[in-house]
Design a protein around this ligand. Structure first.
Ligand code: AMP
Ligand code: ZN
Length: 150
């Protein structure tokens, strides 16, 4: 993948961090992404992995670009756990305002977790009837099929 294909947005905070005009505590950098400490961490050691390609959310990130970023996630997760002596970790991507996204340049969160760290997790779960499951699976399969013709 040629990094010259990557878009930037001059008004985007994370693009400014990527081009160095806003400082950050960078822990990893390559041709496709950087990782830096979250300025308001859920727990200390909370890292953001940010693709160099500006995109609003993961739907706009071409699969090949996402794959290149995903390659470094296991190493970064191991490093965060080792550095923080965490008992576990969450990797999440918030997409859209209702999902808690605040910076509209997509990114992965790696959040170290500790026994009794009082972070509000897990999410609540809903029941599913067999009929609702069948219908939902069909809708998603149809949506995937339609992408092939888009
Ligand atoms: P999200 O809510 O998923 O969009 O995540 C955005 C994250 O970026 C939040 O956890 C913020 O604390 C973090 N953040 C915002 N500004 C900065 C900054 N200048 N440097 C590092 N992290 C930041
Ligand atoms: Zn950006």
């Amino acid at each position: 993948m040629n990094p010259e294909q990557y878009h930037t947005d001059p008004n985007c905070l994370f693009c400014k961090i990527l081009n160095g005009t806003i400082p950050s505590k960078i822990v990893y950098s390559d041709d496709h992404c950087i990782a830096f400490l979250d300025i308001r961490p859920v727990n200390h050691g909370h890292v953001l992995v940010v693709p160099r390609h500006h995109h609003k959310d993961i739907r706009e990130l071409p699969g090949e670009f996402a794959a290149l970023v995903a390659t470094v996630i296991p190493n970064l997760a191991r490093a965060v756990v080792q550095a923080t002596c965490a008992d576990g970790f969450n990797i999440i991507i918030n997409n859209g305002l209702v999902a808690g996204q605040t910076i509209f340049h997509g990114h992965w969160h790696i959040i170290p977790r500790f026994l009794n760290d009082s972070v509000d997790w897990p999410w609540p779960h809903k029941a599913y009837s067999d009929e609702d499951k069948d219908q939902m699976a069909l809708l998603i399969e149809q949506a995937l099929e339609s992408q092939k013709t888009d």
